[in-house]
Design a protein around this ligand. Structure first.
Ligand code: SAH
Length: 368
């Protein structure tokens, strides 16, 4: 069904001129009436994309062990806020809690907080987590989760946060050498990218990642303004109570140039303007930029390491062996799931894990 969002976007451009890529992405993904997330459950084999927790229960299970160890690292607080950003169908949280229940003291400390932009997915999460026997709460924003020791986890959350796109027009002109790429209309009234040939506003160019200084003429740089907000919120939380934030997502360890905004529909890549509001839009995460912002704000920040290495250190191969013993008929399925999570030509290398912590905690498990 055609989505009325396209006409709404075009009208906005006709009235106010080309819009930023941030605005385009936010409206497409989160418009409360026609946006992508609020109007559907996009995950799984029948949906548009599939994520690690949807591929295998082993993913959430080993992360559950990571949570128990992190709780021990925080000094076994009596109450622990276990916060998930963008929980999808709630499967990862459900798998984490099941594995973490091996430590009853952990389980009795846990209060779950879910931060979800989509009411449709919130309902699914409620059903998935109905029988977990721990308090499950929803908050509109991370800032709204009550103070206290916290573990915050986001899998494939950062990649759907809206990005800005900048183009280097003059590599020798410093901040003034960057112009913005916006979304406008072409001669045939179709949505298209438009390069705005005046220096981009300094609010965009004030805090470019270090790697931006290597740009050559016409290189495209993506920046995600929401990252700085998330880091600010973590700094404020962790000033009074210890905590850790673990992010797993796709992207390079160092800042790279190039347009990575992509749209997915039924597991296929489609044009980013082909069906606004009905396709999933994401962009690669710049882990170097995230690490720089976090370190500058005073958080202890690990390297971003490949998912393969992280999950292996958490013992996922051993988990596969024991799961196979208890479900011998599923041997081939389990092997295939493990391959998808771990192989270099699947998710193993492209996906990375990074952890930002309050100062003075031990190095997090799996990221040593
Ligand atoms: N973590 C899940 C789902 C990933 S899809 C998994 O790995 O399967 C992205 C999730 O983030 C969805 O639940 C989506 O609705 C949510 N989301 C997207 N933008 C958001 C925002 N700004 N605030 C909160 N949740 C958001």
């Amino acid at each position: 069904m055609p989505n009325p969002l396209e006409e709404k976007l075009k009208n906005r451009i006709r009235e106010a001129g080309p819009m930023s890529v941030v605005e385009y992405m936010s409206v497409c993904l989160l418009d409360p009436v026609y946006g992508y997330y609020p109007t559907r459950d996009p995950l799984g084999a029948d949906g548009d994309f599939i994520t690690a927790p949807e591929i295998s229960q082993m993913f959430g299970e080993v992360l559950g062990l990571w949570c128990v160890q992190s709780w021990i690292d925080l000094g076994r607080p009596e109450t622990l806020h276990l916060v998930e950003l963008g929980p999808g169908r709630g499967i990862m949280m459900s798998d984490m809690l099941r594995a973490a229940a091996l430590d009853p003291a952990f389980k009795s400390a846990v209060q779950v907080w879910l931060i979800e932009a989509s009411a449709a997915l919130e309902a699914v999460q409620g059903r998935t987590l109905a029988n977990t026997n721990v308090p499950v709460n929803w908050a509109a924003r991370l800032e709204d989760v009550p103070a206290g020791p916290a573990l915050i986890i986001g899998n494939e959350f950062l990649d759907c946060l809206p990005i800005q796109q900048l183009i280097c027009s003059d590599p020798f002109a410093g901040k003034d050498g960057w112009v913005e790429r916006r979304v406008g209309l072409d001669d045939e009234d179709r949505l298209c990218f438009i390069r705005i040939d005046v220096p981009a506003p300094t609010i965009l160019t004030d805090r470019l990642p270090e790697g931006a200084s290597d740009a050559r003429k016409d290189d495209l740089l993506e920046i995600c303004p929401a990252v700085a907000q998330i880091v600010d919120t973590l700094v404020q939380r962790f000033a009074d109570h210890p905590g850790r934030a673990l992010f797993i997502d796709y992207g390079p360890e160092t800042t790279e140039f190039g347009d990575t905004l992509q749209a997915l529909k039924r597991h296929e890549k489609v044009g980013v303007f082909s069906d606004p509001g009905n396709t999933d839009l994401t962009a690669r995460v710049d882990f170097a930029a995230l690490g720089e912002v976090a370190k500058a704000a005073g958080l202890d920040t690990t390297r971003a390491i490949p998912q393969r290495e992280f999950l292996s250190k958490l013992g996922i191969e051993m988990r596969a062996v024991s799961l196979t013993k208890s479900k011998p008929d599923a041997k081939a399925v389990i092997a295939r799931q493990l391959h998808r999570l771990m192989a270099d030509d699947e998710m193993g290398e492209l996906f990375k894990a990074i952890c930002l912590s309050s100062p003075d905690l031990p190095t997090p498990l799996g990221l040593r």
